[in-house]
Design a protein around this ligand. Structure first.
Ligand SMILES: NC(=O)c1ccc[n+]([C@@H]2O[C@H](COP(=O)([O-])OP(=O)(O)OC[C@H]3O[C@@H](n4cnc5c(N)ncnc54)[C@H](OP(=O)(O)O)[C@@H]3O)[C@@H](O)[C@H]2O)c1
Length: 338
């Protein structure tokens, strides 16, 4: 069974193909023949050793993947052989509010991820995916889509007529745009690329801002909202964008703190948070029940993940090199079947 693993040292140059024995399911487990994987910024951080420098190696990276159940262990009743499933990001977070235990067992670090021909997981950590989606489309759901869903629906309570700001055109942000539109909200999106701005408008953004040309983009967000500010910001930028995000949100509004694309720490003026009664909500992907709920909504609204490019399994390192350049819009995938 072929896998890609980060071997003795971190770094993309150390992501190598190797052979591991075929997994056999123990009681309560299922073996999945992986058909497609999608890449997340977290995977890149994990490979570089920036996510957790103490992560034991070797590690099979990638949180997101979909495949077919090929073997079941004793006692498994919730799945069938032949069913198409995705791995839940937090393997032990089935539902309810998170706690330390539920957030420990995450795919693609600390436990082995999906960039393998086969994976053996607890059956409780697998989720059937909607049939109308292709394998690559379905592989985008577990991390990027669920994060956007948790921010806007499970935590955000976003509804019709609300205004949502999404930052950049990566995986989480494009899903946030699609989900916000599905909920009847209006979306303002930022991007550093004029070409991507047009595409984001085609995807339903009411207005877009070039954050590279307009570094104080919160002023433009305020102008576009008649001075009020947006109801919700899907904040994926981190230290380089949080201050502008706080200036973009209305009094009493919410900022979902999700990503660190521009860094993890910088001095922060906390006055607007208290004076304007803002809510900052950290998000770590979401639960299996949240994933199942999202799948039902996607199925009803026929939401299709936006895929920028698909690579073959042997091209996995190239796929990461392409992904780290940041020229993609939406998701970059790896197919193990075509
Ligand atoms: N907390 C969680 O549960 C969770 C889950 C998933 C992801 N994340 C985090 O969320 C972030 C996004 O992840 P992803 O996988 O969606 O990333 P991604 O696909 O790699 O996003 C790349 C895009 O982000 C945009 N970007 C980069 N720097 C930016 C900046 N300073 N301001 C605004 N946009 C910027 C760029 O868009 P343009 O080219 O359009 O400028 C770039 O193309 C990462 O930090 C990731 O670790 C967190």
């Amino acid at each position: 069974m072929r896998v890609f693993e980060i071997q003795e040292n971190f770094g993309l140059e150390n992501l190598k193909m190797s052979d591991r024995g075929k997994p056999k399911p123990g009681p309560g487990q299922a073996v999945v023949a992986v058909r497609a994987v999608s890449l997340n910024y977290r995977d890149l951080m994990m490979i570089r050793g920036h996510y957790n420098p103490r992560q034991p190696l070797p590690l099979i990276p990638c949180s997101d993947g979909v495949g077919e159940v090929v073997a079941l262990g004793e006692g498994v009743t919730r799945l069938e052989v032949g069913q198409r499933v995705a791995g839940a990001f937090s393997q032990s977070w089935i539902g309810g509010p998170p706690d330390a235990g539920k957030l420990k067992m995450t795919l693609g670090g600390p436990i082995d991820g999906m960039l393998a021909e086969e994976i053996c997981l607890d059956a409780e950590g697998l989720v059937p995916v909607p049939e109308y989606l292709s394998d690559t489309e379905a592989s985008c759901l577990p991390c990027a889509a669920l994060t956007a869903w948790s921010a806007l629906v499970e935590q955000g309570n976003v509804g019709p007529g609300d205004r949502v700001l999404v930052l950049g055109s990566g995986g989480v942000s494009v899903f946030a745009l699609q989900i916000a539109r599905m909920l009847g909200a209006e979306v303002i999106a930022t991007s550093s690329s004029e070409e991507k701005r047009s595409r984001l408008e085609e995807l339903g953004a009411a207005a877009t801002i070039n954050y590279a040309q307009t570094p104080k983009w919160s002023k433009e967000v305020r102008r576009l909202t008649g001075g009020r500010g947006v109801d919700h910001v899907v904040e994926v930028g981190g230290s380089g964008t949080l201050e502008e995000s706080l200036r973009s949100v209305r009094t009493g509004g919410a900022v979902s703190v999700i990503g660190v694309l521009s860094g993890i720490s910088s001095p922060l003026n906390i006055i607007p948070i208290l004076m304007q009664h803002l809510r900052l909500q950290g998000i770590l992907v979401g639960s299996r029940e949240g994933f199942e709920h999202m799948n039902r909504a996607f199925e009803m609204h026929r939401i299709r993940p936006v895929i920028d490019r698909v690579f073959g399994f042997e091209e996995s390192v190239e796929a990461f090199r392409y992904f780290e350049r940041g020229s993609h819009l939406g998701k970059v995938c790896i197919s193990l079947v075509d």
